[in-house]
Write a protein that binds this ligand. Structure first.
Ligand code: NAD
Length: 470
């Protein structure tokens, strides 16, 4: 499959009006993989006009029509999953098996919202007299601007496109420069599913310029961002000027509480494999490991064994567990976090630097740090990289105090075989989502989102459609 590499505006593949393009870098080789256009103001205005027309048409489509279209997109995405996954691996660097998993999850979003499209209910309320009934209706909110990050470009684009289409909105998506063609493949899928012109549009180029122009245009009625807390603050300010509601799915620094009554070695295995998935570049990545004192040696030993067994290499090879990071910024941030922890007394149990024999590519070894404390940046700054700091707690209260000592509040995890501890720890964690004996909490059927600096608004589940309606 030749992946699309132009913008998708009003059902047409478009280059920039001035012809400018920017390169996409293969993070495993640092070579140029392709390029995409840099949208000009004129291109953005064309996308806005198309989205405005697209919404006015699509909102007339009945729920069964919108549902059928979404089902078709899900089917096309599944049929092309292997081909799109290869594009994703080339431009973002995640191992091929993970890329295929992401495409399956993206298809799930379209399937889920195919059902939700038919379940947008209102209600009736008795009025002051028998002659009065009040009718509450949900209508599509209007054209949406969606900003998609590079860590799960297919899944996170689908999480925004699917509910927008389901509700009867149009959408302008800004894919990330680290993985634009993966997202553009979804535009192709929408087009092939006969979504009308203007309903789904995609513009590539400068993030700050695109967000400022789209949000300030007067056309956009809703914004959805998945990204970092600083970028979230910037986008929220733009939204405030226009009084536009926004969904903010921002960073996290998820605590894992491992109690001594858990299957400690089993927990270590799940945690080590989960931690280094997508090289830790996951907003809900387990990133602070708190282990009850009596269990910490067993946990650490197994965690390190599993980490050492991960095969680092070319992400396009089926047996690779750990590919490169997505960009040089992540390598630099990870290097700095490890150096700061070591300077403040942490020890490196494994990893800690660029792997031997990898002269090219944004590679960094999966790294385990022991003896960490809260004076180290790795315990306060979101790592978004392959670093696992392990420390201890004494009892439930101590665990919760340490876990909640952060401005983030996206996800948390609890490993225990005691039901009472599972509930008390889950409810005591100051986060939007908790996994118990499991790190897999992102699924189409459950609402996803955080509290505190991790943002607000929920994507997925029955709740996910609400943000796209008024
Ligand atoms: P970054 O803050 O520079 O960029 C994050 C994302 O926001 C990128 O996709 C970028 O294109 C986009 N962006 C940047 N400025 C923007 C603007 N003005 N308007 C619209 N979009 C804009 O950081 P980075 O180095 O690319 O990524 C690392 C950080 O990003 C991590 O610390 C993490 O917090 C965050 N991040 C979070 C998620 C998530 O799933 N919540 C995903 C990717 C990145």
């Amino acid at each position: 499959m030749t992946a699309p590499n132009d913008m998708f505006i009003d059902a047409e593949w478009s280059v920039a009006s001035d012809g400018a393009r920017e390169d996409i870098v293969n993070p495993a080789t640092e070579e140029t993989a392709d390029s995409v256009p840099i949208a000009t103001t004129a291109d953005l205005d064309r996308a806005l006009a198309a989205a405005d027309r697209g919404w006015r048409q699509w909102r007339q489509a009945d729920a069964w029509t919108r549902s059928a279209a979404l089902r078709k997109i899900a089917g096309i995405t599944r049929d092309r999953a292997d081909e799109i996954a290869a594009v994703l691996t080339e431009e973002q660097g995640k191992p091929l098996a993970e890329a295929k998993g992401e495409l399956a999850a993206a298809a799930d979003q379209f399937d889920w919202y195919a059902d939700e499209a038919r379940r947008i209910y209102g209600r009736t309320i008795d009025g002051h007299s028998r002659q009065h009934r009040l009718l509450v209706m949900r209508q599509p909110i209007g054209p949406v601007a969606a900003f998609v990050p590079w860590n799960f470009p297919a899944l996170l684009a689908a999480r925004k496109i699917a509910p927008a289409i389901a509700a009867g909105c149009s959408i302008i998506v800004k894919p990330p420069i680290e993985a634009p063609r993966t997202v553009l493949c979804l535009a192709q899928a929408c087009h092939d599913a006969e979504i009308p012109a203007g309903v789904v549009n995609m513009v590539t180029g400068d993030s700050a310029r695109i967000s400022a122009h789209l949000i300030g245009s007067g056309v956009i009625r809703k914004v959805s961002l998945t990204g970092s807390v600083p970028v979230g603050r910037l986008i929220l300010k733009l939204c405030a000027e226009q009084m536009i509601p926004a969904s903010m799915e921002l960073g996290g620094h998820s605590p894992v509480l491992v109690f001594e009554d858990a299957d400690v070695e089993g927990a270590a295995e799940i945690c080590a494999r989960g931690k280094f998935r997508n090289m830790g570049q996951v907003c809900i990545s387990a990133s602070r490991f708190f282990v009850q004192e009596a269990a910490v040696d067993r946990f650490t030993q197994r965690f390190v064994e599993v980490t050492r067994s991960l095969k680092i290499g070319d992400p396009s090879q089926p047996d690779t567990d750990a590919g490169p990071l997505a960009n040089q910024r992540r390598v630099e941030a990870t290097t700095a976090l490890v150096a700061d922890a070591v300077a403040n007394g942490a020890t490196i149990a494994c990893g800690g630097s660029r792997p031997e024999g990898f002269d090219k590519g944004f590679f960094f070894e999966p790294t385990v740090l022991c003896g960490v404390n809260t004076s180290m940046k790795v315990m306060t700054d979101e790592p978004f990289g392959p670093v696992a700091p392990i420390t201890t707690f004494t009892d439930l209260d101590d665990a919760l105090a340490k876990a909640n000592d952060t401005d983030f509040g996206l996800a948390g995890y609890v490993f225990t075989n005691n039901t009472r501890t599972a509930f008390l720890a889950s409810e005591g964690l100051d986060v939007g989502m908790v996994g118990v004996n499991n790190l897999v909490i992102a699924t189409a059927e459950a609402p996803f989102g955080g509290i505190k600096n991790s943002g607000f608004g929920r994507e997925g589940g029955a709740e996910g459609i609400e943000a796209y309606t008024v």
